[in-house]
Design a protein around this ligand. Sequence first.
Ligand SMILES: N[C@@H](CCC(=O)N[C@@H](CS)C(=O)NCC(=O)O)C(=O)O
Length: 279
Amino acid sequence: MSQDKYVPPKVWTWDDASGGKFAQINRPIAGATHEQTLPIGKHPLQLYSLGTPNGVKVTIMLEELLALGISEAEYDAWIINILEGKQFSSGFVGINPNSKIPAFSDHSTNPPTRVFESGSILIYLAEKFGHFLPTEATQRAETMSWLMWQMASTAFLGGGFGHFYAYAPEKYEYPINRYAMEVKRQLDVLDKNLAHRRFLAGDEYTIADIATFPWYGMLVIGNLYSSQEFLSVHEYTNVKRWAEEIDARPAVKRGKRVNTTWGPEEERCLERHDASDLD
Ligand SMILES: N[C@@H](CCC(=O)N[C@@H](CS)C(=O)NCC(=O)O)C(=O)O
């Protein structure tokens, strides 16, 4: 697979030995690979996830709601190990036909409401509990714009830059250059917006911040993909200030730990079924 001699064939075919960290789990077909139902815990809200940036968006949101005293936001967070292919069980695919964490179901409705895509789960929870999504039209539009910006932009950061810089079997100059440029442009978009705003949509902390922090915030203050130096993230001083403020929130500290299988042992919380699991 030499990078300068590759000529695409007339018809693409799947080479499952193409290498890379995710070669074992990525496939060009959708659907379940095995029959397995999902567990259902004692709370109405059930989350099937992993402590990746997309996963912790939802656990941060739930912990923020609980921090406001909303006990109906109590939840069970089950771990879905994507490296073991658990996102392809029939139960998981039944909630998310796209086989990606996070997937969520609300059993307080009859039948239960399934929700997939992290942005969609954030909107569902914000509307259900009436927090972190302004109701005034202009503010709501601004929040939605930044939320959709995050959902559309992050594939370039994770699937593009992160994949080629950290996970691909070899370092290829072309995609690393292309995605590094795009990620730096995105960081500059955020930095310019945060130069005159406390939070992404204005003065209020919203689901746009909750969605964006685990990606771009952690890129700048958490060394995501060990790329802090490579991307010169110190240049984005407004993003850093914003990320540090969010990172200091107690609910964010709790949410970041849920469904993590890495990091310091005492910080991990493989599954959360009760507030005491994090205490
Ligand atoms: N747009 C989706 C992306 C979710 C996503 O990419 N999840 C990754 C982990 S962060 C995953 O489950 N990957 C498993 C796979 O690709 O099979 C969302 O925001 O919910």
